[in-house]
Design a protein around this ligand. Structure first.
Ligand code: ZN
Length: 430
């Protein structure tokens, strides 16, 4: 039986936009009253709540950036007295900088509510058993999965990441139906289940992948090894509550995002102008109900695009594509903008290779840049195929991205795997 308890009570785009405008006005007013940082920023831009008469006025608001969060350490951009803060989380940040975010009671309740919506979107029922194999603690938001799962009413199995022994045991003993993890870990788990010959003894139906881009090839491999019915992408960042800010429905035509909680804009990261619908650009988010640390046009550095048209599921909630990389992952190689995902896509459409790859960029003595793509041969394919495979892949890269790459096919299992995020691009050019 399908429930409908957590979807917004909105049936038209018009209603959604009205809700967004109210939320935007509330947010700007709240930020002005609650934070000297925002007060200064808004007064410099010469804009206040009364200037926001339609959603088009959003573009007049100034951007907020990661720097603003770092500079305000330890409690940046907080807009409520600290005695109203019931929890903090932080993003670890790859550069050692920590972005700390404060949550009020309402923020935590809202997060739980829209996280429960993720499980509803994935068509779980209270019969489902959800193995939560993501990290718990300060940096990571297993807490979000946990809250959402309990709010939804399914059985949460809070096992945490790693520990394949335990994961496999629980999959068999508890007859887990849904696993939430990173795609890298999902692949390790699939390979482990295969190795142990457990496939017939488990009851896994769905997987929900967070915090990392998962490639088509990884998904295909997991589907082959586990036979799961559905794989979902769950986006999320600590700045915007945490994971759970959207999910693809069972039609898998992009990620429905919770537009009643935040506005998503896509801008060109160079010009800062809005991108036309359907074009790839940087995600910029503005929260509509967040009390602790509201975000006004926060530049996420994540790349995606808004998907035009309606989804077959009929939801009024709009969709964005999977995350296509970070603005800072973008490789500029011989004058061409390349996203690692484009290489990934080519590889996933090529027979005879596994889903692991690495891109290395070098500048050689001739002063020119070189791209080396290392790709693993499939276990079942013989090394005598290396030459032919590398020629074929290089031709496909040339054809679709218009750059020349040196492709090296390596033995299956020789590229490093990780339970967390695998680093795939190594830029040695400077
Ligand atoms: Zn849909």
């Amino acid at each position: 039986m399908r429930t409908n308890r957590f979807m917004p009570e909105l049936s038209t785009v018009r209603e959604l936009r009205d809700r967004q405008l109210q939320g935007l006005q509330w947010t700007v007013n709240h930020a002005l009253n609650g934070s000297s940082f925002y007060r200064k920023k808004l007064s410099e831009a010469g804009i206040g709540p009364s200037d926001l008469r339609s959603l088009d006025d959003l573009h007049r608001l100034p951007f907020t950036t990661a720097d603003d969060l770092w500079e305000g350490y330890p409690f940046p951009l907080v807009c409520v007295p600290l005695d109203r803060v019931v929890r903090i989380h932080a993003s670890s940040g790859t550069t050692g900088n920590k972005k700390v975010l404060c949550y009020t009671r309402k923020d935590i309740d809202d997060w739980a509510h829209f996280f429960a919506r993720c499980f509803e979107m994935a068509e779980l029922t209270t019969q489902d058993r959800v193995q939560i194999a993501v990290g718990y603690g300060m940096w990571t938001a297993g807490a979000g999965f946990q809250l959402g799962c309990e709010k939804f009413g399914a059985m949460a199995i809070p096992v945490g990441p790693g520990n394949m022994e335990l994961q496999c045991q629980f999959l068999v003993d508890f007859q887990t139906t849904v696993v939430c993890c990173t795609a890298s870990m999902g692949l390790l788990l699939a390979e482990e289940i295969n190795r142990r010959g457990l496939r017939e003894r488990i009851n896994l139906k769905k997987m929900i992948f967070g915090s990392e881009r998962s490639s088509e090839a990884m998904r295909a491999r997991m589907r082959e090894l586990l036979g799961v019915e559905h794989m979902f992408d769950i986006p999320g960042m600590t700045e915007l509550y945490g994971p759970g800010t959207g999910l693809d429905c069972i039609h898998h035509r992009g990620i429905h995002y919770w537009a009643d909680y935040y506005i998503l804009e896509i801008i060109d990261p160079e010009t800062l102008e809005p991108c036309p619908e359907g074009e790839i650009g940087e995600m910029v988010v503005t929260t509509l109900q967040k009390e602790g640390v509201p975000l006004i046009r926060y530049r996420t550095r994540d790349l995606t695009r808004i998907l035009p048209g309606d989804c077959p599921c009929g939801s009024v909630l709009p969709r964005h594509d999977r995350l296509l990389g970070r603005t800072d992952d973008m490789i500029i190689f011989r004058g061409v903008n390349i996203y690692p995902r484009q290489i990934d896509k080519i590889l996933s459409q090529t027979e005879g290779i596994s889903c692991e790859f690495q891109i290395t960029l070098d500048r050689r003595d001739d002063g020119r840049d070189y791209m080396i793509v290392r790709v693993e041969r499939k276990q079942s394919v013989d090394a005598s195929q290396n030459e032919a495979l590398s020629r074929m892949i290089a031709a496909r890269i040339k054809h679709s991205i218009l750059v020349s790459a040196e492709v090296r096919v390596v033995d299956y299992g020789s590229l490093p795997r990780s339970e967390r995020k695998s680093k795939r691009v190594f830029d040695n050019r400077d």
